[in-house]
Design a protein around this ligand. Structure first.
Ligand SMILES: NC(=O)c1ccc[n+]([C@@H]2O[C@H](COP(=O)([O-])OP(=O)(O)OC[C@H]3O[C@@H](n4cnc5c(N)ncnc54)[C@H](OP(=O)(O)O)[C@@H]3O)[C@@H](O)[C@H]2O)c1
Length: 244
């Protein structure tokens, strides 16, 4: 896919990894709908940085845990930008939670935001494309959650679901020239509100012996967007963490 002049909806684009992805797309000439939840000031800052790169930026806030708001995201993006070519599902929650701590509410919330929202945004995105128009979906998943683990319990299951969703949607949408791929992140940024040295100490458990950064996720995204013969694929950006 040629990126210049395309239009992308990036969820959770106000800060951190989502912001890096949105800015990298903008640097390639892509116009961006900056979706955010609560981070309005950061979203406005991201939009300003995008426009400084010479492309359009539109802001849209929606709580992806609220069904009506979630279902309104793609229609809002279409009315703001007039069309879509790329969807990046980056917004997510990451609550620590052991097996015994899972409740119906926590389970439901992880599934809604991390799995149900990416599905219904993807469905609306696919239905918005003209027949024959190439579209691309990128889902952000988790390299650690692709293996059995017992912390962040509901989160891990939701991300495994998103991995399966990536493959199933890739198969369903391939006849319509819509590609669906995922990036599985390892230790890219410390968890929100983690002020300990836990993230720094993670390097010792990574085969490449260092943590990553958002630019490495950007590189994977740009590859997947341009790779016209690749769909249903997961690129792990995790320093080899999945090997051990
Ligand atoms: N960072 C890492 O090292 C790492 C590792 C593995 C996987 N990942 C995955 O990579 C992606 C990006 O990571 P990240 O660390 O940048 O994510 P993050 O900072 O934890 O969250 C990204 C954004 O998600 C939005 N969000 C959360 N709940 C929402 C809701 N109910 N409605 C609307 N938006 C909501 C928030 O937007 P607002 O702030 O506007 O509310 C938040 O800024 C995520 O899918 C994550 O699971 C990241």
């Amino acid at each position: 896919m040629q990126l210049k002049g395309k239009i992308a909806l990036v969820t959770g684009a106000a800060k951190r990894v989502g912001k890096a992805l949105a800015l990298a797309l903008a640097a390639q000439g892509v116009h961006i709908i900056v979706h955010y939840g609560r981070s309005e000031a950061e979203a406005r800052q991201t939009a300003a940085e995008i426009e400084a790169l010479g492309v359009r930026a539109w802001l849209h806030s929606a709580d992806l845990g609220d069904e009506a708001q979630m279902l309104g995201v793609v229609p809002a993006a279409l009315s703001l930008a007039g069309g879509l070519d790329i969807l990046v599902n980056s917004a997510s929650i990451f609550p620590p939670e052991r097996f015994d701590e899972v409740t119906p509410q926590s389970w439901e919330r992880n599934m809604r935001i991390n799995l149900k929202a990416p599905f219904f945004l993807s469905q609306a995105f696919a239905q918005s494309l003209n027949e024959g128009q190439a579209g691309t979906i990128i889902n952000l998943i988790d390299a650690v959650a692709m293996r059995p683990q017992t912390h962040h319990f509901s989160y891990a299951i939701s991300k495994r679901g998103l991995e399966a969703l990536t493959e199933n949607m890739a198969l369903a949408l391939a006849p319509h020239h819509i590609r669906v791929n995922a990036i599985a992140l390892g230790a890219i940024l410390p968890a929100v509100n983690d002020n300990s040295d836990k993230f720094t100490r993670m390097a010792a458990g990574i085969p490449l012996r260092h943590t990553g950064n958002p630019q490495q996720v950007v590189d994977a995204m740009l590859y997947l967007l341009r790779a016209d013969f690749v769909t249903g694929e997961v690129i792990r950006v995790d320093g080899g963490r999945h090997l051990i």
